[in-house]
Design a protein around this ligand. Structure first.
Ligand code: PEP
Ligand code: MN
Length: 330
């Protein structure tokens, strides 16, 4: 739309798109609003829109994804969760244990996470585990503990949904829904996340190309949820010195294509606690909007992912380091 297009003109274009049986995605920007069109099977004749009042131009997006692209929205998306944000000027820190194991554990970690100035607390309630016999999380009991953490410390809660029922349950306890690496191509789940009112943190699949990952984000957006954070968490390679190979080049690569914020998970991205700090520093240095970090008050007793968990003191050290780097590059 032109910079001075009125709300009414935007609404008229949305109506014209809807009447054709397509879906309109109005995206207000700093200077002007773009309206994405999805739902078309083939090419649409651009002249149908070009002459509507307030329309500046009709652009064909020839990439496989549309809504996530800079073509549609040239400025970065800032995902806002009340007074906290991911993608803004502040480095977003999402820290907490792999899984919520008890109220005591969650509170011990949350206290330090809050003291560090982080705004987001993570903790699994429903855990995707490779073995059916492994600890799979405390379920809704964990969500209740997370809600208490939110109340006590003012931290925003990030937790994973494994299925559609999980999304609904999480909506009443948490602030951001995580879609894990193993679920990145669960298309039913993605569509359901797209209908949620909560922002979605979308992890990259273990063997996903950049395009597959961005298309997964497109699935969510196509349903009308534009609040998405991408998370690079490492992928499966032949390397044996790490649990996953953290693909830091994905950060500038995504930036070139998409307006979505992107963060680095240095914990799953390495699998070893001694590597988390250096890779977290590197993630910030390459321009990530934030970090996801697993922290445990007693990593040796952790019921999942203890080997990659930072101790509370290591976490404090890491925060100092990454904030210093962020201050230099910001
Ligand atoms: C997690 O963050 O707890 C998790 C299971 O991560 P991923 O999906 O990246 O393995
Ligand atoms: Mn974990």
């Amino acid at each position: 739309m032109t910079a001075n297009a009125t709300e009414r003109e935007v609404a008229e274009v949305v109506r014209a798109i809807t009447e054709l049986g397509f879906r309109a995605h109005p995206m207000p920007g700093a200077t002007r609003t773009a309206i994405g069109i999805t739902g078309n099977k083939g090419e649409i004749d651009a002249t149908r829109f070009e002459n509507l009042p307030g329309v500046a131009e009709a652009i064909r997006v020839s990439k496989p994804y549309k809504l996530i692209t800079l073509d549609l929205r040239p400025e970065k998306t800032v995902v806002r969760v009340c007074d906290a944000a991911i993608g803004g000027t502040e480095l977003a820190i999402i820290a907490g244990p792999c899984a919520i194991e008890s109220r005591e554990q969650a509170f011990a970690v949350a206290e330090r996470v809050q003291r560090s100035g982080a705004r987001f607390f993570r903790g699994g309630a429903f855990k995707p585990r490779s073995s059916p016999y492994a600890f799979a999380g405390l379920g809704e009991d964990a969500l209740k503990i997370l809600a208490e953490v939110r109340e006590a410390y003012g931290l925003k809660i990030v937790t994973e949904a494994l299925d559609e029922a999980g999304i609904e349950t999480i909506e009443s306890y948490a602030d951001v829904i995580q879609i894990g690496a193993r679920s990145m191509q669960n298309f039913t789940l993605l569509r359901c996340a797209g209908r949620s009112r909560l922002p979605i943190l979308l992890k990259r699949g273990l063997a996903a190309t950049l395009e597959e990952w961005l298309l997964a984000a497109e699935y969510i957006m196509a349903e009308g949820n534009y609040q998405i954070v991408l998370c690079e968490r490492g992928m499966r390679t032949f390397a044996q010195h790490t649990r996953s190979t953290l693909d830091l080049a994905a950060i500038p690569a995504v930036r070139r294509i998409s307006h979505l914020p992107i963060i680095v998970d240095a914990s799953h991205g390495t699998g070893k606690s001694y590597m988390v700090r250096p890779l977290a520093r590197a993630g910030v240095a390459v321009g990530a909007d934030g970090l996801m970090i697993e922290v445990h008050d007693h990593p040796e007793l952790a019921r999942s992912d203890g080997a990659q968990a930072l101790t509370l003191d290591e976490y404090d050290e890491m925060i100092k380091e990454v904030r210093a780097i962020h201050a230099v590059i910001a």
